[in-house]
Structure formats: C-alpha cells, structure tokens
Ligand binder design. Structure first.
Ligand code: NIG
Ligand code: FE
Length: 383
C-alpha cells in the first residue's frame, strides 16, 4: 500500500543529486510503498496514493542512523557516573563490572534490556542501529550477545577485544589468541563487523592489527574504538586498514586528522561519552576542515554514555563541538550510514528505505535549539 506524506514544510534529503550536505527541499512531499521511497518532489505535484498523511508544514528528516551502540549488557553503573560528576576520572576498567553482570544474565534478560533501549531509540527517531558485543568476553558469551543482537539489527559487531577479562589479566597474548581463534569462529556467523578498543588499558596497536586482520580473513569489516582517553596509534591503523569507521576521536594528533581527511574511514564522534565522563569534547570543526567525513552516534552503554538520544548528541555537537545544525544532522543520518557503508539509509531518495521522521518543529535546528524536548512526532520505518 502506498502512502503520500504531504505538506512537508522542510524536507532534509541528504541526496547529493539534490544538493550539498543536507540537500533541503521546501514545500515537499514523499511517497512510500512497500517500505521504500518511490517519489520525492514538490507537494503541489505529488501523485495520488492509497493513503495520505498531512504533516502541516513540519520538518521531515531521514531516520537517525546510530552507528555505535553496546546494547547487549545487564545492570547499570549509575554509581560510577555519580562519582565521576564528583571528580573521579573514567577508566576502561569499569567495563569488567558490566561483563560480570552480563555473563550472569539469562538470554531473556539480555533480550528484554536490549529491546527496551531499542524501543527508546526508535521513539526518538532512530531507524538504523548498530549493536556491539563486548560484555561477554568468553566464546559462548560473545556468540550469545551477537546472536541476540542479530534479532534486532543486521549491523552487529564482534567486540571480543573490548578489554582483557580478569581471568586473562596475566596473559593478554593468550586472550588475543582466543579473540582471533575460537571466539572469532563462534562470533563470525552472527557478525558483520569486528571492532577493537585500541587504547592504554585495553589493546595496543599490534594487537589491534592482528585482531582486525583476523576478522577481515573471516569476511568481517573493520571498525575501531580509539582516541577516547588519549592519542592512539589506532587512528592511523584504522585508516591504513580501510576501517569503515574509527570511533571516539576525542584526542587526535595533527597526523591523525590529516589521515582521516585523506582516507575513507569515517570519524565517528560520541558526545554522550564526553558529557558523561567530563572529558573535553572532540573538535568536529578541525576534522571537517581537514576534509574528514564525520558521523555522530550515541555509544549507548551503561558505563561511558547511557543515552539513547541522537537528538541529544546533535544538541551537544552544535553547542560544544563547533558543528552547524545542518552538519550535525547530516552526521547523525548520512554520516552514520557512511560509517556502516550503507547507501539505502540516512537519505531520502527514490529507492532508499522508507525511514522518515516527522518532527514537531518547522526546522531541524530545533533539535539543538530545544534540547531535551521530545520533538519526534512520528516515525515511519520499514521495520
Ligand atoms: O565506547 N571505549 C570502550 N567501550 C565503551 C565503554 C564501555 C563501558 O564503560 O562499559 C565506549 O565508551
Ligand atoms: Fe563504544
């Protein structure tokens, strides 16, 4: 059945055939059919359809593409957040607390928690979502996390290399052998991507290379966590290996920025992390001026960033990361799609998925101008 969405005051298409960046159309209409966009153009020329939704001048945007989340977890770490707000620093070690709780949880508990957060995301306009494992860190627990994540999204990422678990504290090499061996064998059937946390306190650059190359040999695309706690050789490794994205990028050297500006690897910024850890925000303008492709994502996880709101990330990026509202919206939609190497989402064009968000506002600028306000009036999504 076809649906005409008409009287759109401002339509963000992100379609390069329409224009640069957000490629906006005024007084527009869209027709969707069978989960796909079949027509885009001026409202006055819209064809008839089986049903019609008048949005009365509202702004319509592509659904958000949240390209970085860790939804397969149990428990929360609100106490750590409280301590950090009182002055304690964030450390990667907190991950091990969630590992313990996740291992003890049943499939039903993990599924229910992930579905709950997934529903929060959807209500806030997220229509494409990536989910990582990384709180299991045994062969069975990583495979289980990915199997359950696959029930929610095809964009699943094997993150056995999140941190070295306590039982391997004196044998990092043995853990890397497991991550690239039996654990990879168990994870690969349920994963599209492989990721590694390349940072002091997690994995070094040689280990990261071995892990991403082992994943590539099994057909998994590379992603990377790097530059969260300090500068990391991981950023340039990610570009060298052609990773789809390097995520965090809070601390970058000039050479890192130059590499991101010249390669195909997206720089994914995660403002919820800096908000929740009181670290300095990454400088998106520096990356944009170097020609890098920037994405925004929530990094939704119970330790460093327990937000499910892409609108919140946009508001912070505009307020504190030197992005314009248009750049931030593009990064949260088309940028996320690039980070997942997808061309069927994050864009409003004929043939793309019918993932659209009707805002309760005349312009997407309101996403930053009215922070914390629920501005999503309606979510239309293929799934
Ligand atoms: O992306 N950086 C590593 N992993 C997560 C943090 C997870 C946690 O603290 O539980 C992140 O920030
Ligand atoms: Fe993360």
């Amino acid at each position: 059945m076809s649906t005409l969405i008409s009287t759109i005051g401002l339509l963000v298409t992100n379609d390069p055939a329409v224009g640069e960046g957000t490629a906006e159309l005024r007084d527009a209409a869209v027709v969707i059919d069978n989960g796909a966009i079949v027509w885009v153009g001026p409202s006055a020329q819209a064809p008839a359809a089986d049903e019609r939704i008048d949005v009365d001048g509202a702004c319509v945007i592509p659904g958000f593409v949240d390209s970085h989340s860790h939804l397969m977890f149990a428990g929360d770490r609100a106490d750590e957040f409280e301590y950090r707000m009182a002055g304690r620093p964030y450390t990667a070690g907190g991950i091990r607390r969630t590992v313990g709780l996740t291992r003890s949880a049943s499939d039903e508990q993990l599924r229910a928690n992930a579905q709950h957060v997934r529903a929060e995301m959807r209500a806030q306009g997220t229509t494409t979502l990536e989910i990582k494992s990384g709180y299991g860190l045994t062969v069975d627990d990583e495979a289980r996390s990915l199997r359950l994540a696959r029930e929610i999204t095809p964009e699943t990422t094997y993150l056995g290399a999140h941190v070295v678990p306590a039982e391997f504290a004196d044998d990092t090499a043995g853990y890397v052998a497991l991550v690239t061996g039996a654990m990879l064998d168990a994870a690969a059937p349920h994963a599209r991507w492989i990721d590694v946390f390349c940072e002091t306190g997690a994995f070094d650059v040689d280990q990261a290379r071995a892990i991403l190359e082992a994943g590539a040999a099994r057909g998994l695309g590379a992603r990377m966590h790097a530059g969260q706690l300090g500068e990391s050789a991981g950023v340039q490794l990610a570009v060298e290996l052609g990773a789809a994205s390097v995520d965090h990028c809070t601390f970058l050297s000039d050479a890192d920025v130059a590499a991101l500006g010249s390669g195909d690897t997206v720089a994914t910024l995660l403002p919820g992390v800096e908000f929740s850890t009181r670290q300095p925000y990454p400088d998106a303008r520096r990356l944009l001026e170097a020609g890098a492709t920037v994405a925004l994502a929530t990094d939704c996880n119970p330790g460093s960033s327990f937000t499910s709101s892409m609108a919140f990330c946009i508001a912070v990026a505009v307020r504190d990361m030197r992005m314009t509202p248009a750049e931030a919206l593009w990064a949260a939609t088309a940028g996320g799609a690039r980070a997942l190497r997808r061309d069927d989402v994050g864009v409003v064009r004929v043939g793309a998925r019918a993932d659209l968000v009707v805002l309760d506002a005349p312009s997407y600028v309101h996403l930053a101008y009215r922070p914390g306000v629920p501005l999503v009036r309606q979510v239309l999504s293929r799934d």
